[in-house]
Design a binder for this molecule. Structure first.
Ligand SMILES: Cc1cc2nc3c(=O)[nH]c(=O)nc-3n(C[C@H](O)[C@H](O)[C@H](O)COP(=O)(O)O)c2cc1C
Length: 268
């Protein structure tokens, strides 16, 4: 039944969690803190809070196309994101349909030929990641591979699973975000504002996403495919589509540091 539903690309109404009045312990296990939740029978976000609460990195998508006109609309709306000096330093490429099939085939070849990547244009993480960042990275990996039942010792199985990144976890649409090489950290942070705006708009439209920095390992392949000029650097890819609710990894709810660890209030 699952296979039929997947191949037809249909989605059944199913519960999703959103913020609502009244504290309740989330039933999804220890990776989710006590938050205010209510179950609703739809998968679209109706407020910024809902979009934020339901946005997460989805790593299993249905084989269901996404309307190109809808994507154009969302990309345009996301451009209301702020940027220092209104530079709007984001350069975007969206790939779908037959081009997406071609891209997945190309990625399959390139990743098989060079599993370690073809280039690194920037460090995805600092070279010596220290606490607490290292611990958080470790934890999310443990939570994810725990859900998948892949133990730490099974390096090959973990790598094999990671390679699903390069098929966009089955998503029908890919987005690539580039930045002019002459830009600095402030403009890179502007890219994040654009991308988060887009991911929240995707939630409002019933869509999900997974940002994918792993594509920075294959900058030449992607530049060649989308025709990006040399003066631009690939920051990240993003898988976009409708969530496959039967994919176990999509149960992952990543943890967050408590507010007192990240914020200090002065005079409030
Ligand atoms: C810029 C960026 C790049 C990311 N790259 C990847 C990636 O290559 N592969 C992946 O599976 N997840 C990737 N992620 C997802 C993060 O692991 C995820 O955002 C984090 O664990 C928090 O989980 P959540 O997005 O579900 O809230 C990326 C996230 C961001 C913001």
């Amino acid at each position: 039944m699952t296979a039929n539903r997947r191949s037809r690309g249909e989605r059944q109404p199913r519960p999703c969690f959103i913020y609502r009045e009244g504290p309740k312990q989330c039933a999804l296990g220890p990776s989710v803190a006590t938050i205010n939740l209510e179950m609703v029978m739809n998968d679209t976000a109706n407020s910024v809070s809902e979009a934020l609460a339901t946005r997460r990195s989805v790593r299993g998508f249905l084989d269901k196309p996404v309307d190109g006109a809808l994507l154009r609309d969302l990309l345009e709306k996301a451009a209301r994101a702020p940027s220092g000096g209104n530079l709007q330093p984001w350069h975007l490429h969206v790939v779908g349909g037959e081009r997406m099939k071609a891209l997945k085939a190309l990625a399959w070849e390139r990743v098989a030929a060079r599993p370690g990547g073809e280039d690194t244009e920037y460090d995805v993480y600092p070279k010596n990641l220290v606490a607490p960042y290292r611990d958080r990275r470790f934890q999310v990996g443990e939570d994810m591979y725990g859900l998948l039942g892949i133990p730490r010792e099974s390096k090959a199985a973990r790598l094999q699973w990671f390679a699903r990144n390069f098929q966009f976890f089955g998503a029908p649409v890919a987005l690539f975000c580039y930045v002019d090489r002459r830009m600095g950290p402030p403009q890179w942070s502007d890219l994040g504002m654009y991308l988060q705006s887009l991911m929240l708009l995707l939630r409002e439209a019933g869509l999900h996403s997974c940002p994918q920095e792993c594509w920075s390992l294959y900058p030449r392949t992607i530049a060649e495919f989308v025709g990006a000029p040399n003066e631009q650097m690939l920051f990240t890819g993003m898988a976009i589509g409708y969530e496959d609710p039967d994919e176990p990894v999509n149960q992952l709810r990543s943890r967050r540091a408590p507010l007192d660890e990240i914020a200090h209030f002065h005079g409030l």
